[in-house]
Design a protein around this ligand. Structure first.
Ligand SMILES: *[C@@H]1O[C@H](CO)[C@@H](O)[C@H](O)[C@H]1NC(C)=O
Ligand SMILES: *[C@@H]1O[C@H](CO)[C@@H](O)[C@H](O)[C@H]1NC(C)=O
Ligand SMILES: *[C@@H]1O[C@H](CO)[C@@H](O)[C@H](O)[C@H]1NC(C)=O
Ligand SMILES: *[C@@H]1O[C@H](CO)[C@@H](O)[C@H](O)[C@H]1NC(C)=O
Ligand SMILES: *[C@@H]1O[C@H](CO)[C@@H](O)[C@H](O)[C@H]1NC(C)=O
Ligand SMILES: *[C@@H]1O[C@H](CO)[C@@H](O)[C@H](O)[C@H]1NC(C)=O
Ligand SMILES: *[C@@H]1O[C@H](CO)[C@@H](O)[C@H](O)[C@H]1NC(C)=O
Ligand SMILES: *[C@@H]1O[C@H](CO)[C@@H](O)[C@H](O)[C@H]1NC(C)=O
Ligand SMILES: *[C@@H]1O[C@H](CO)[C@@H](O)[C@H](O)[C@H]1NC(C)=O
Length: 585
């Protein structure tokens, strides 16, 4: 006789299987419904070009298909490997030995707003993969501009990012074609050769107006592209450089200025005072004291003082990289930004912290003539409670956690976006985030140029054809004009609370920016958004009217600006036809 318990087990198993099957069926039905009745096409297709030149097409899907159920756009991905030259400058001694080889540069486009006669908006990929820019095409600035002008939007992935690598690895030699001038030449080549499968029109520049948009590094590349390939004889019609970091410099102390100026001042003053005391202890060189100070933060394992200083700076922004979100990641739309910075400050200034945490303020008082380190306990507790757990148990001094002194880690030549970005930093852009030599600082003064430079030296040992300079060769970027870069129909839009502001057009170091007359405001548009951070105009919520006022009006300004440019273009087209008819008969 089978015991009753066994029946229950069997019935439960079958019921579970049936329930799972039903769920799976519902999932399939949802996908089918999405594809059949969804207001967008949801999936696209990908063209891959084999080595022998044959083209292979296959269905392409977004990884987060479920969340795109209600998506209205039709994103398509293409991979055109025959298109891009690795070396656009066969005559330049900088790229000897030259190559005629090409590489696959990916682009992604949305033609769901496109109507014949509409412009093309080229979103410059910059220092990340094409996929990570999708939101700007779906809900952000490109969606806004496409909708307003019946345009087609396309993201071009930057060379050496995402999957657009010319080589299988990134040795110093293989990275030698990652330069600003090669990257912007890709933009020009793409604009004059791009095809959009499924779109029944030839949309290449200059026959169709191409308008570039880029934020941050891509904003700088937008400006340089317009400067080089725009204007009366150029092929690019216009461009919007958003928080474009157009000025290269070695040490960028100003990165922390907006936090210093606009951050909650009780929090800021506490960090300033603690940092000053930390630097005093470093200055004594007393190893016991330094070890004890690191231990307060749970970071005594970090033997390198720079690594310690960088780690405790992470909530504010460590040099080059940081694992959490900072002032830079604040965004007006809470769905797209992160509140980590505010939460860090409410921790540091928490009035209700328990006594065993506030007592830590006295732990190092012996090194400051008995003076307590106000809010040290809460700062240290935040590091211990919210930062160290990110390492998931990895040894704190290892490169999996907060150590950076293992040269072999940097020497890994695998392709990666962070390696490509470091290469550009070390060779052309600089902008090492370092502490100010005098006055209040949010990061320790042990963080100087040489701390970042050591990573450059470890990462890029001299190759056969290429070696990195001992310090970045800034003129490769500044030759375009730095923060003064100007071109016809090049718009500059910045945020006055952006950490990168001082290397952008509206830098505090730049001449006062004025639009002297309406014509200049049309040909050289510029706008500084009050209260905004890093390329805040790139974000959208599919309804401009519902945005906060300064962003809404920035978007209305961008729409007007682009519409004016398109009218100029139509006028020119009509004038050209008239010229042919009237003058040439
Ligand atoms: C390179 O130089 C040759 C010979 O002077 C010239 O014909 C060619 O146009 C140049 N190529 C580029 C890309 O400048
Ligand atoms: C590239 O092609 C041109 C034209 O065919 C040729 O003159 C040149 O030598 C080639 N360069 C290399 C590096 O192979
Ligand atoms: C493509 O456009 C041309 C001219 O605008 C038109 O004659 C043709 O029918 C279109 N083809 C398709 C497949 O829609
Ligand atoms: C370093 O600090 C410790 C602890 O306060 C103290 O005992 C020691 O004398 C100091 N060493 C020097 C060299 O000042
Ligand atoms: C401290 O920070 C954590 C993590 O961000 C957050 O969850 C918590 O609410 C903060 N606490 C206070 C008192 O602000
Ligand atoms: C403070 O005391 C609480 C409760 O007694 C304990 O959970 C916590 O770990 C202590 N924190 C520190 C920093 O000692
Ligand atoms: C950077 O320079 C300072 C001052 O010369 C020196 O104390 C420090 O050890 C150097 N750091 C590195 C990483 O070389
Ligand atoms: C920008 O232009 C101003 C005024 O024309 C000039 O004084 C300044 O040197 C320029 N700055 C750069 C970085 O080119
Ligand atoms: C957009 O936002 C405005 C203002 O909040 C609202 O009145 C309008 O209905 C919204 N439009 C859509 C299509 O949701």
């Amino acid at each position: 006789m089978v015991p009753i318990q066994l029946y229950i087990v069997i019935v439960t198993i079958f019921a579970t299987i049936a329930a799972l099957a039903l769920l799976y069926g519902l999932g399939l039905a949802a996908v089918w419904l999405n594809q059949t009745f969804g207001s967008g096409t949801w999936s696209g297709w990908e063209v891959e070009v084999e080595d022998d030149g044959t083209r292979k097409e296959h269905q392409w899907r977004r990884s987060n298909a479920v969340t795109s159920f209600f998506r209205r756009t039709a994103l398509k991905a293409t991979k055109e490997s025959e298109q891009e030259q690795i070396d656009h400058f066969p005559n330049s001694s900088r790229y000897i030995p030259h190559t005629n080889a090409t590489f696959a540069q990916r682009y992604f486009f949305d033609d769901s707003y496109y109507k014949p006669g509409g412009p093309v908006f080229l979103y410059i990929g910059g220092e990340t993969s094409g996929e990570s820019r999708f939101s700007n095409l779906e809900t952000g600035i490109l969606q806004i501009l496409m909708q307003a002008t019946n345009g087609l939007g396309v993201i071009l992935e930057n060379r050496y990012y995402g999957e657009s690598y010319p080589f299988g690895e990134s040795t110093t030699d293989e990275l030698r074609f990652l330069t600003t001038e090669q990257s912007i030449a890709d933009n020009e080549y793409f604009a004059t050769h791009a095809t959009f499968p499924g779109v029944n029109a030839t949309l290449t520049a200059p026959g169709t107006p191409w308008i570039l948009y880029g934020g941050s590094l891509a904003g700088a590349q937008t400006a340089f592209s317009l400067k080089t390939y725009g204007g009366p004889d150029g092929v690019l019609w216009g461009g919007i450089a958003s928080s474009g970091t157009t000025q290269a410099k070695l040490a960028y102390v100003e990165w922390y200025d907006p936090i210093q100026k606009f951050g909650p001042q009780d929090c800021v003053a506490s960090i300033n005072a603690i940092v000053q005391k930390i630097d005093h202890v470093f200055a004594t060189g007393n190893a016991t004291a330094i070890h004890q100070m690191k231990a307060v933060f749970g970071l005594q394992a970090l033997t390198n003082n720079g690594d310690f200083a960088m780690t405790i700076a992470f909530p504010l922004g460590g040099p080059m990289n940081y694992p959490t979100n900072t002032w830079q990641e604040l965004v007006w739309d809470p769905a797209q930004g992160s509140d980590d910075f505010w939460l860090f400050c409410t921790n540091v200034t928490n009035l209700d912290a328990p006594e065993n945490i506030t007592q830590v303020d006295y732990a190092l008082a012996q090194y400051t003539d008995g003076e307590p380190w106000i809010n040290l306990g809460k700062y240290a507790n935040y590091i211990k409670q919210y930062l160290i757990p990110i390492c998931d148990g990895a040894p704190i001094d290892s490169t999996e956690c907060f150590g950076t002194q293992d040269a072999s880690y940097w020497a890994d030549t695998s392709n990666s976006g962070s390696r490509s970005y470091l290469y550009s930093t070390c060779t052309e852009a600089g902008l090492y985030q370092v502490a100010r030599p005098y006055g209040p600082s949010l990061i320790s003064r042990v963080l100087q140029v040489n701390y970042t430079q050591q990573w450059c030296n470890w990462a890029f040992p001299a190759g056969e054809h290429n070696s990195i300079p001992s310090t970045p060769e800034l003129w490769h970027i500044n030759k375009y004009g730095g923060y003064n870069v100007s071109a016809d129909r090049l718009a500059h839009i910045d945020g006055d609370q952006d950490v990168w502001l001082d290397v952008c057009y509206h830098s505090n170091d730049a001449p006062r920016r004025l639009s002297p007359n309406p014509t200049d405001a049309e040909m050289h548009p510029q706008l500084l958004i009050a209260g905004a951070g890093h390329h805040w105009d790139s974000y959208g919520i599919l309804n401009v009217s519902a945005e906060p006022q300064f962003i809404r009006n920035a978007h209305l300004w961008e729409i007007r600006t682009v519409e004016k440019w398109l009218r100029q273009c139509e006028f020119l087209a009509v004038a050209t036809v008239m010229y042919h008819v009237v003058v040439e008969g």
